[in-house]
Design a protein. Structure first.
Length: 93
């Protein structure tokens, strides 16, 4: 039995990916023309996940706007006004 819900940590600053993340949040960095978050969502969907929570902070609105186009899975955004770090983001959700 596979889980049907997942949590994606998308709030980080992506400092190690600069200058790529100067203009976009880390989950929207592209590999072979595809955003990392889309690849992750597709893999989760293929395993039966149909509901996701994505936490956001750095360039959060840009990420939320990108995810609005996904109608194949239910996505909830958990925006952090102040960065909560990994444990805080999970606890909040």
């Amino acid at each position: 039995m596979n889980p049907t819900k997942a949590f994606i940590l998308g709030a980080g600053f992506g400092k190690r990916l600069r200058p790529i993340t100067d203009e976009r949040p880390k989950p929207m960095a592209e590999v072979n023309g595809e955003c990392l978050i889309d690849s992750t969502i597709d893999q989760l969907k293929n395993e039966g996940v149909n509901e996701l929570v994505v936490n956001t902070h750095y360039r959060g609105q840009q990420l939320a706007d990108h995810l609005k186009r996904r109608t194949d899975v239910q996505i909830h955004i958990s925006h952090e006004e102040e960065i909560l770090n990994t444990g805080g983001g999970i606890k909040r959700v």
